[in-house]
Write a protein that binds this ligand. Structure first.
Ligand code: ASP
Ligand code: MG
Length: 434
């Protein structure tokens, strides 16, 4: 029996009604073994990040307030789903909430125990998926759907680069195969739904790790690749992959099909439908990726697959906000040389500042970067030690794939373009934010 890998993001399980809807989607496939990857409920990951901020600042009052908000939210969903008699699976979520509080309290009082930010981030923020997976699992069981709950921290093995952990593919594949092969073996005559947390893994020391924000898609790809499934479906609150964000492009259209290559380009430049790391493992194993709507599951969605000779029918617009354009020149008016570039990149890479676009002239080097990590890491100050720096903070990067002159005109009308870069297929425009 083939395994279907389904990924359900936070928006699909943000309420009791959401969890019921997800279960109704599972019921549409009564004969299939399903590996179900779930994200944290609603905006829980953001709330956990807030919790972490107060924890690191040792602000016990604010921390307790945010913790309570997170706890109440999950308890409310469980109350709505199960009423007063909670099934045993829920205890995993309740217990997890308690453990999180114990962890925070112990380290709040004894700051010697506390480690650096990225480590604490993964120990604390990884909990959102622990809660959501336990609740979804319990709910499926309560409907009589044969289900199992796995712990990604024990199966998806990574190095200890907290917040951006690298997967040990070999070990992970071995672990997942062992579990799934057993669960999906012919000993069981009924189909089984296996629930696993997205976004999180574990290192060799038994600590939780995370794979980067929005990393649950990537988890789905890891599971699919390890199990060599035929396809993966990502269930989203949009009908599929659109050629632009409908929020700012009212005439955005859904794309029926997309090549892996196109999907990688889209994800890389911030077309936020799919996590950028997701596509490669699928492409390598020729696994079809479907993006479908959890609100209208009967609709076709978008299919991403190996399409060699395929032309995109419309221009695709990708907007990346919160960009900073930095111009870097040697102080003595000398030329920009390879040594300079390598020094500049090493500062940016070390501080995890993501470079989206670059351009150089004889005496200066210009980069468009994500504002994340830029201020907090002090990268600008480090660059300033050796270079003279000018920067423009309020900018956005617009990429148009398969552009036409009309498409560029439409976008740039009445706006200040600070930098433009064109290849045959793609144009990048750095513009003052509106
Ligand atoms: N819960 C995580 C996040 O919000 C992972 C995910 O949703 O994919 O970033
Ligand atoms: Mg999420």
């Amino acid at each position: 029996m083939d395994i279907k890998v389904f990924k359900f993001g936070g928006a699909s399980v943000n309420s009791a009604a959401g969890v019921r809807n997800v279960a109704s989607i599972i019921r549409r496939f009564p004969d299939d073994n399903i590996a179900m990857v779930v994200s944290a409920m609603g905006k829980t990951t953001n709330a956990l990040e807030e919790l972490l901020k107060f924890f690191m600042a040792s602000d016990a009052v604010a921390m307790a307030r945010v913790y309570k908000k997170i706890r109440d939210y999950h308890m409310m969903i469980m109350d709505e789903l199960f009423g007063p008699n909670k099934p045993i699976g829920c205890m995993i979520a309740v217990d997890g909430l308690q453990k999180l509080n114990d962890y925070l309290q112990a380290r709040l009082l004894n700051t010697n125990l506390r480690k650096e930010y990225d480590f604490e981030y993964d120990q604390i923020v990884s909990n959102g998926e622990i809660f959501s997976s336990a609740i979804v699992y319990s709910y499926l069981l309560s409907l009589g759907i044969m289900s199992e709950l796995l712990d990604a921290r024990e199966l998806i093995k990574t190095d200890s680069t907290y917040r951006d952990a690298a997967v040990d593919w070999e070990l992970t594949e071995r672990n997942l195969r062992k579990e799934f092969d057993f669960l999906f073996s012919s000993t069981f005559t009924r189909r089984i739904v296996v629930v696993i947390q997205g976004f999180i893994g574990g290192d060799a020391d038994g600590n939780a790790t995370t794979l980067g924000r929005e990393g649950s898609d990537y988890t789905a790809a890891i599971v699919a690749h390890s199990m060599k499934t035929r396809e993966v479906t990502i269930w989203k609150d949009v009908p599929g992959v659109m050629n632009a964000d409908p929020k700012w492009f009212p005439d955005a259209r859904k794309l029926k099909r997309l090549s892996y290559l196109e999907a990688i380009e889209l994800a890389y430049y911030g077309g936020s439908v799919i996590h950028p790391k997701t596509i490669k493992p699928l492409e390598n194993a020729n696994i079809v990726l479907r993006v479908k709507s959890f609100l209208k599951p009967h609709l076709e969605g978008t299919t991403i697959e190996n399409l060699a000779e395929w032309k995109v029918p419309v221009p695709i617009y990708i907007l990346k906000r919160n960009q900073v354009l930095i111009s870097i020149s040697p102080r003595d008016f000398s030329f920009i040389l390879e040594e300079n570039l390598s020094q500049i990149f090493s500062i940016l890479a070390r501080n995890r500042v993501k470079v989206n676009l670059m351009q150089n002239s004889a005496v200066s080097f210009t980069v468009c970067v994500d504002s994340d990590h830029l201020d907090s890491s002090g990268s600008l100050a480090m660059l300033q030690e050796n270079y003279s720096i000018r920067y423009n903070e309020d900018v956005e990067l617009l990429t148009i794939r398969h552009y036409t002159p009309a498409a560029i005109k439409r976008i740039t009308k009445g706006r200040m373009v600070l930098m433009e870069q064109k290849t045959r297929n793609t144009v990048h425009l750095v513009m003052k934010a509106k």
